[in-house]
Design a protein. Structure first.
Length: 424
């Protein structure tokens, strides 16, 4: 099926007389006739639901649609993108383990990997998203359990060389995990380029209407855990908390990762997405292909306009010829990248502040990927604690403006930017 079809048909085919739209199972628990029936569920011997902290049918239907969109074999929803990032790593790493990540990642993911996972005894080495094979290989250690990157980094807007990262990960017997939040499967399907696990903040384009925080994890079903059993005891040796089940044996390559993350991590951490929010994500998915095309086309038009504007000092967008990520974008994102651009106004911080104050259509928000255009001046918001020198060192200069183009008419977004630039 083409992606437009999967957006509306994937994951859910109602039977005779069943609801056309995915139903919301707003129930914490399920009723069973006998204790034996329930016992089989707890032993993972029978399929079924018992408690929404672990699994809920609404969530599973939406996750199945996302799995189909990404070309994976299994998926789960989480309460946020942060929970998806955490589960994807913690499903493979324990205290004493190590993993490698691109340094061009979402700020929340950096905090999680560098600070919080460090406190759990799991160490992360950061590498450039443009690292060579040799530089990547040099970051690996005997206890390295996975490699992580973002297809298009938020907010750095670098493009990951997925094939290169996958090659080095596989040479070291570990999976590549890719955060595909910004392009969505409409613009890039990382599994086709060798990624093993794909994660999402569904809060962004998948929801798309600024209505609910959520996340998702998709397994490609391709990584052979048993071939590297020494590295992944959690998947390849008996789980004492589940009556000695060996996930990779019982559920195979296709199901082991998500089953373990559900049975262990969701059970113990409880980061479930509410079924109501899953329903909203599903409504977003139905128009995902249409919206992502409009977001990407608008951003391309806006980036080209800004690049030619005399009051704009610089523009970063991988769809612009001459951008340092242009060639990678042509390879991995030939139909468009995403709606997010960053740029600087001539005149630095003060000019940026004047510009921001004059915007009428674009609203100031710490959000991206909404249907409405939104904008942020990090030096006055998310990075407010840094002085100008520290901002430059972090790659987020005092003049940097992050613009997330919505699905309005490009002409109207451009008119708003132009009238605000005229005040500078
Ligand atoms: C927002 C974001 C996250 C975190 O997701 P939340 O849903 O806010 O927890 C992770 N990765 C990327 C690329 C993001 O943009």
């Amino acid at each position: 099926m083409n992606i437009e079809t999967t957006c509306v048909q994937g994951g859910y085919q109602p039977g005779n007389g069943e609801p056309r739209q995915i139903p919301i199972y707003q129930s914490t628990t399920w009723r069973y006739a006998t204790s034996q029936d329930m016992g089989k569920l707890f032993d993972l011997e029978a399929e079924g639901y018992f408690y929404t902290r672990l699994q809920n049918p609404t969530n599973d239907l939406v996750a199945a649609r996302i799995a189909e969109l990404e070309g994976g074999t299994a998926a789960m929803l989480t309460s946020s993108g942060q929970a998806a990032s955490f589960f994807s790593i913690f499903n493979l790493c324990s205290a004493g383990d190590h993993f490698v990540s691109s340094s061009a990642i979402y700020g929340g993911t950096y905090n999680l990997f560098h600070h919080t996972m460090g406190r759990m005894g799991i160490e992360c080495t950061f590498v450039s998203p443009h690292a060579t094979e040799e530089e990547l290989a040099a970051a690996f250690r005997p206890n390295t359990k996975c490699l992580f990157g973002e297809t298009i980094a938020n907010p750095a807007l670098t493009v990951l060389d997925i094939e290169r990262f996958a090659k080095v990960a596989h040479e070291h017997g570990v999976p590549l995990i890719v955060d595909n939040t910004f392009p969505t499967p409409v613009n890039c399907r990382p599994i086709e380029w060798g990624a093993d696990i794909v994660i999402h903040s569904t809060t962004k384009y998948m929801d798309g209407h600024a209505s609910g925080v959520g996340g998702a994890i998709v397994d490609s079903g391709k990584f052979d855990w048993m071939a590297h059993a020494d590295k992944f005891p959690g998947l390849c040796t008996p789980d004492e908390s589940y009556h000695g089940i060996v996930y990779a044996e019982r559920f195979g390559k296709e199901g082991a990762f998500i089953t373990k993350a559900t049975a262990q991590l969701m059970r113990d951490f409880g980061s479930i997405q509410s079924p109501q929010n899953a329903y909203y994500v599903n409504l977003g998915l139905e128009s995902l292909a249409l919206r992502v095309r409009q977001h990407s086309a608008n951003a391309q038009a806006v980036a080209e306009h800004l690049a030619a504007h005399p009051k704009v000092a610089w523009v970063r967008y991988c769809g612009l010829p001459g951008d340092e990520n242009y060639e990678l974008a042509q390879k991995y994102l030939p139909n468009g990248s995403c709606g997010v651009i960053s740029f600087g106004v001539e005149g630095g911080r003060a000019a940026a502040e004047t510009f921001m104050a004059a915007l009428k259509l674009a609203s100031i928000e710490t959000h991206v990927a909404d249907s409405r255009t939104c904008v942020l001046h990090p030096a006055n918001a998310t990075h407010r604690q840094m002085n100008d020198e520290e901002l430059v060192a972090a790659g987020i200069g005092p003049d940097l403006i992050r613009l997330s183009c919505g699905i309005e008419a490009a002409e109207d977004i451009i008119a708003d930017l132009d009238q605000a630039l005229a005040t500078v």
